[in-house]
Design a binder for this molecule. Structure first.
Ligand code: ACM
Ligand code: ZN
Length: 497
């Protein structure tokens, strides 16, 4: 029988009380509690997926209250007779229900639920707690993404950053540019001798966005521009500096072919893409990529040279900052803010990074520190510090992954506020993310192994207060928590932390 809750992420405060709540079957939410109807339905559906429909008495009560007041704050009280979750809004109520879901996953055995009595009071440290999934390098099914969202919600992950375009595939339809999907969504795979790929239809995207929203997860789409553009160029070769030939890549790497900065036609394409995203994604953010742009063609291309001269720029890389400003402006007109990888901080002498653009730090934490010093908002996801979920879990010969090692301990110790940041800069840090790139991840099952349980450690780093952080204490909770995740049918890494 459990004596401690072993919740991940660690709540702000837990006070244990004498005794325990006991119930035959899994208790149901009282039918009269209508304030959080949608949250109650989702919770009940999640429980039903694991255990079948709850058939215990109506012992769970959801109460709309003034305090705790934060959007994600909740209070969960477990007495000998009932379970009460109070929150000011639906998000807080849902977070509280996910903690209760954890307690049911670990406390329900042989038809009986037993949970120690106590009071949990909780609220997050950061408002941005994300997971990025690369659906370009591998086309993950809608079914898998829903399973993932359900699992992520258990740890209060609240951002699903969806990497939808890259050299290896374009994954959503844009009406005015049909070849983006007709050509750009398929690639020949030399390992299995056939075309692979796919794209998400408008209906599927709306379905995923609303499935996520019901779980209080925001979906932030990414369209990587102006580099990582082979799929765009294969579809519309006129948009490149050389005219091609281009192909949707089946290789890994960084490619020389990028959108031509001197070609005015790249902007109507961006407008059409952003119109499509604005229609499908309610998020206030669109990620515009901006990483790993190769400038060699821009150095030689007559159109790019003319653009440089017209803008009074001296170096081809400066064209990227001009493109970033234009894309950010287009998004601003649609009521959205642009996010870009930390390269967007560079070559900005003549076209400074617009105030509203958010920097996602990935090549370490330096980009985040620099962006905050410049007054820009920051998302931390350093590849050097446990946030790259395509990296191997451990330096062991049989571990899956590539490029580097990203341990659970690194993720757990992640602090998105760096020593370089003063108080004002620290306030610009929205939070952080784990990024699951998929060059080597060709199936959802492998993605599960790469994501879990690392995202639990990152989630704790982003949700929980920094005081008393102890990896050995976390390890004990993690053992309990991984048994919960087993019940969600997730493949998990279980080696050294
Ligand atoms: C990145 O990993 N290229 C953002
Ligand atoms: Zn060019």
């Amino acid at each position: 029988m459990m004596t401690e809750y072993a919740i991940i992420p660690q709540p702000q405060s837990i006070q244990y009380r004498q005794g325990s709540f006991q119930c035959t079957g899994i208790p149901r939410i009282a039918a009269g509690d209508q304030d959080f109807h949608s949250e109650a339905q989702v919770f009940t559906g999640q429980i039903a997926k694991t255990f079948g429909n709850p058939n215990g008495a109506e012992h769970i009560h959801l109460l709309k209250t003034d305090s705790p007041a934060g959007a994600e704050a909740y209070r969960l009280e477990i007495t000998g007779k009932e379970i009460r979750i109070s929150a000011a809004g639906g998000t807080g109520a849902f977070r509280g229900l996910q903690v209760l879901r954890q307690l049911i996953l670990s406390g329900y055995h042989d038809g009986e639920l037993v949970i120690p009595c106590g009071i949990i009071e909780d609220a997050p440290r950061f408002s941005w707690r994300g997971l990025m999934l690369d659906s370009s390098r591998n086309f993950f099914s809608v079914e898998f993404i829903k399973k993932l969202l359900d699992a992520l919600s258990l740890q209060h992950i609240n951002i699903f950053h969806w990497h939808l375009t890259d050299d290896q595939g374009w994954r959503f339809p844009v009406k005015q540019y049909p070849l983006l999907t007709e050509i750009g969504s398929k690639r020949y795979d030399n390992r299995i001798y056939r075309y692979v790929g796919g794209f998400y239809t408008e209906t599927e995207i709306r379905d995923i966005v609303s499935y996520a929203a019901e779980r209080h997860i925001e979906v932030v789409p990414e369209v990587d521009l102006p580099g990582h553009a082979s799929a765009i160029l294969a579809a519309y070769p006129g948009l490149g500096c050389t005219g091609g030939p281009y192909r949707v890549e089946d290789r890994c790497g960084i490619f020389e072919d990028v959108l031509c900065a001197g070609n005015d036609d790249i902007f109507p394409l961006a407008e059409a893409v952003f119109d499509t995203l604005a229609e499908l994604f309610p998020s206030a953010y669109v990620h515009i990529g901006g990483d790993e742009v190769r400038f060699n063609h821009w150095k030689k291309c007559p159109k790019c040279q003319k653009r440089l001269a017209d803008l009074g720029l001296s170096e081809p890389p400066q064209l990227q900052s001009w493109i970033t400003s234009r894309l950010a402006e287009m998004l601003r007109k649609r009521g959205k803010a642009a996010i870009g990888w930390d390269e967007i901080l560079e070559n900005t002498e003549l076209f400074p990074l617009p105030d509203d653009v958010i920097v996602q730090s990935w090549r370490g934490e330096g980009g985040g520190s620099k962006a905050a010093a410049l007054g820009r908002r920051v998302i931390m996801s350093p590849q050097t510090n446990g946030c790259y979920l395509d990296y191997r879990h451990a330096d062991l010969p049989d571990e899956i992954g590539r490029l580097g090692i990203g341990t659970i301990t690194q993720g757990f110790n992640l602090n998105p506020v760096t020593p370089e940041m003063d108080e004002k800069a620290a306030l610009l840090v929205l939070g952080g993310q784990g990024n699951c790139w998929a060059e080597n991840i060709y199936a959802g099952k492998i993605a599960e192994y790469m994501i879990f349980p690392r995202i639990c450690a990152i989630g704790e780093a982003l949700w929980s207060a920094r005081k008393d952080r102890d990896i050995n204490e976390f390890a004990k909770r993690l053992t309990v928590h991984q048994n919960r995740l087993d019940k969600l049918d997730l493949l998990q890494y279980r080696g050294p932390l």
